[in-house]
Design a protein around this ligand. Structure first.
Ligand code: OOB
Length: 560
């Protein structure tokens, strides 16, 4: 296995193969097989293009040959930051056919994140769009180059704008010739790509997923979601995220021979128009987006849309409020499916034949009979059935360790290989999971995950900041928003200056605190050095949530 990754112990790997979960297929071979079976069917629609399965397959081969000519090959890491355009599939499959690893970055990431990804993975190339949603990714790539001295190749979907040291994807593809050459292809047990974790510590962790483990979750998801050649799936979220990639996502759709429609943004105006125009049957969104769609369809700006083709709305990434969940069927006329997943592996779905009450009040049950689930208290002891505790899991598609992170792995995984999800859950007698809260140091801003530590470190780099604590504040729309409490040094910076400072440091916009509060001091928390986490708890307790309708501070908080 790729250096810096933790393989499954042999007895587990053998058993997952014996049980038929790991079939020995690579993602490159998977696309080839579908191209044979579904050749002229439409695989992808987006950015004004429609590609058949055969066309996507041929393009991926040509792109692979072109990338190989640049010297990109097995084991190389390539940071891919592309919006929802068909090229993202071409590039991803090309890299995986070569045994090179896409490292998926979100379109929202900026210099801080991309520089980190490029240097941490020692990336051989960075693939970006020219411009998207008014942002110039080529400039970002130049800044990353200037900051990190790498990567060697910058490849642009679209136009390089005359930058001599960048190549367009078209040039790479055209320079490649007909096919991939005679490479044996990667081992199906190898890591196929690296995905970003939400992160709980200062820097995001990378998640290595193998061909075998990932394709199992894809096939099983496509089956649970009953996808077939008639499926038209709208990718409303960035497809590089695990949810629209594999739960069942575009890969599940390819698995079944359906069509993926790429939406450039998740707004109701864009997406509900696409549902009507393309006859979309399935789609996946995060809770705040679901709420916008519900309001737009329910007498709002998109009330005139014909949404009768829509069969399933998946909602996941953060807890979907039961009241909003109840509105899905009457408003959109489709089935709700709750999805509780994580890029580390485990994915839970409510099933289509679950009673309505289960669908609106639980976050589903695991994909696999071999997903092992354990709910434990703070000592690591299993709680009684139905009790509240932290979810730990291990199974045929859940990683055993992050990439190049031995110290973090020692904390994030138990000695017997269970992943500590950091989610507080309880299970129902039917085996469904209800997510009740979080034990981990992470903020979930409408599905976008933020590590408070990472933002605090950026704030602390400002000379006018003495101390900083970033905490979640409840929010009816996003679930949570971020608030940074800052103790200034001397006169201290203005709030607007701090925000500008974070932007200049190249932090993605969703990580910039929604609220900034300047305070004289943080609450005293006893003697000695306290952890950042304890500090955040004290700060949270000292400042009652300001959101109207939010729960009152707890008694412990009121004491401060
Ligand atoms: C998905 O993946 P990630 O890696 O961005 O985030 C995982 C975390 C979970 O540990 C949990 O804290 C939270 O996001 N989460 C949910 C949830 N789905 C994810 N919390 C409550 N209810 C839900 N339905 O977010 C992801 C990956 C694959 C499929 C769906 C979501």
């Amino acid at each position: 296995m790729l250096a810096g990754c933790t393989p499954w112990p042999a007895e587990f790997a053998d058993s997952y193969r014996r049980r038929g979960y790991w079939t020995g297929e690579t993602l490159g071979a998977f696309l080839r097989d579908r191209a044979h079976r579904f050749a002229e069917r439409t695989a992808v629609v987006g950015a004004g293009r429609r590609w058949s399965y055969a066309e996507l397959d041929t393009r991926a081969d040509r792109m692979a040959a072109g990338l190989a000519r640049l010297g990109i090959g097995a084991g190389d890491r390539v940071v891919v930051q592309l919006p929802n355009r068909p090229e993202v599939f071409e590039v991803a499959f090309a890299l995986m056919r070569l045994g090179a690893l896409p490292v998926y970055a979100l379109p929202a990431h900026r210099r801080a994140e991309i520089s980190y990804l490029c240097s941490f993975t020692e990336a051989a190339a960075l693939v970006v769009a020219d411009t998207d949603a008014g942002f110039d990714y080529r400039e970002l790539a130049e800044q990353v180059r200037a900051e990190t001295g790498g990567p060697e190749h910058i490849l642009v979907a679209g136009d390089t704008g005359g930058r001599a040291h960048m190549r367009t994807l078209e040039e790479v593809r055209e320079g490649g010739g007909a096919g991939p050459g005679a490479t044996a292809g990667p081992d199906p047990g190898e890591v196929a790509f690296l995905q970003l974790s939400g992160g709980t510590t200062g820097l995001p962790k990378l998640i290595p997923r193998t061909h075998d483990d990932y394709l199992y979750s894809v096939r099983a998801s496509a089956e649970i979601c009953a996808l077939d050649t008639g499926t038209v799936y709208l990718a409303a979220l960035p497809v590089v995220h695990n949810f629209p990639m594999s739960s069942p996502g575009f890969l599940g759709v390819f698995s079944a021979g359906g069509t993926v429609v790429l939406a450039p943004d998740p707004s109701p105006a864009t997406c509900l128009a696409a549902v009507e125009a393309e006859g979309v049957t399935h789609t996946a969104v995060v809770p705040p987006v679901a709420m916008l769609w519900l309001d737009a369809a329910d007498g709002g700006s998109q009330a005139h849309r014909d949404l009768t083709s829509l069969r399933v709305l998946q909602v996941g990434g953060a807890k979907f409020n039961a009241e909003a969940a109840r509105r899905v069927r009457p408003t959109l006329g489709c089935t709700l499916q709750q999805v509780f997943g994580m890029a580390e592996g485990l994915v839970n779905y409510t099933r289509y034949d679950d009673p309505e009450e289960v669908v609106v009040t639980t976050q589903g049950r695991p994909i696999s009979p071999d997903d092992e689930i354990r709910v434990v208290d703070s000592d690591g002891t299993e709680v009684a059935p139905g009790g509240l505790g932290e979810l730990q899991t291990r199974g045929p598609y859940t990683i055993r360790g992050y990439y190049r992170a031995p110290e973090h792995n020692a904390e994030a995984f138990t000695a017997d290989g269970f992943y500590r999800t950091g989610d507080l859950v309880r299970t129902t007698p039917t085996g469904h999971i209800v997510v009740e809260g979080r034990a981990k140091d992470q903020i979930n801003r409408g599905g976008e995950k933020i590590a408070p530590d990472e933002v605090e470190n950026h704030l602390l780099a400002h000379p006018g900041v003495h101390d900083a604590a970033v905490v979640a504040v409840p929010d009816r729309f996003l679930g949570e928003r971020t608030c940074a409490y800052v103790v200034p040094r001397g006169a201290g910076p203005a709030r607007s200056e701090l925000r500008a400072f974070l932007r200049e440091r190249g932090l993605a916009a969703y990580k910039i605190p929604d609220r900034l509060e300047l305070v004289d001091a943080f609450p005293a928390t006893g003697v000695g050095k306290i952890s950042r986490r304890e500090l955040r708890e004290a700060v949270r307790a000292a400042h009652a949530p300001a959101e109207p309708g939010a729960p009152p501070p707890t008694r412990a908080a009121a004491r401060h």
